[in-house]
Design a protein around this ligand. Sequence first.
Ligand code: GUN
Ligand code: FE
Length: 377
Amino acid sequence: MPGLVDTHIHAPQYYFAGSKVDLPLLEWLTEYTFPTELNFQSIDFAEEVYTKVVRRTLKNGTTTACYFGTIHTDSSLLLAEITDKFGQRAFVGKVCMDMNDTVPEYKETTEESIKETERFVSEMLQKNYPRVKPIVTPRFSLSCTEQLMSELGNIAKTHDLHIQSHISENRDETEAVKTLYPSYKNYTDVYDKNNLLTNKTVMAHGCYLSAEELDVFRERGASIAHCPTSNLTLRSGLLNVLDVLKHEVKVGLGTDVAGGYSCSMFNAIRSAMMVSNVLSINEKSLTLKEVFRLATLGGSQALGLDREIGNFEVGKEFDALLINPKASDSPIDLFHGDFVGDISETIIQKFLYLGDDRNIEEVYVGGKQVVPFSSSV
Ligand code: GUN
Ligand code: FE
């Protein structure tokens, strides 16, 4: 099958993935997330966590990941180096934030944030990794001044770069943005007026976007990273993907580790199904096929990579997983009637709902085998 595209994951937060999910977003950021991310000023700390998150996501079939790092430029550069070494396709962002009242030691000055983003981008472009690219990463409107946001937009424009951030994830956050930026029409307008909403922008969540905001997303060609596990884990909200698709906005799936407790895209697929089911009791819901499309081709469209990856069309790069539904120690039990020849729709469904990395025997990125890991990494 085609490789999985995780359109939104915080590499440093893998340190506490699977724990510390008992608070809503803004408290969760202050209590757990900012203090954890502070540790990434240490390159040694970063090296251990970043190596583990790249290995784990690759083993679970993520051939492309769109990563947030931290505000620390050197450890974010290290994340890119590790991703390249393991052969994962990725966008890597140095996080920018020049506002933070709750954990003031976790922020930069506006000038620092701009200067360090320029240094990050310039070093990344110099490295010229074949499949790992920089992405401009303002954390979200609550942690960035207008000056910082618009300067970051200019940097993205100058170098024709991708942009990632968060939008309308949780009610308190969305209300706080209204209070902080009263002169804007809405949350989308804050990014739009500050040069951040382009056809290379991917915004995570979007649970509370209005129809009018979704229209602006479509006009700009910006996309949404749907992060259903995180939205449920932090009790943030429920994104109606069918409604977003009706507005012709591009959508991919994201794990949003560690708001999402699992870095596996199979978990994201299952959560996307359950959220769609909850939203559509007695009505039309997303099908498993459609969610599988979101996890592969949809993700590639959301990241502007659909000419290179996303399916097995002739001419694209070979990002692929070799699945063995009968692997030893497999979590799936198959019965005689499941088989129509070697494979069947039933087996594919069982794999998507019940399978895990034990069923992923080989992973390829750009035609190169990256799992099992080579002895040189
Ligand atoms: N909004 C701003 N920062 C974050 C983050 O780290 N995780 C999530 N889920 N939302 C955010
Ligand atoms: Fe996030």
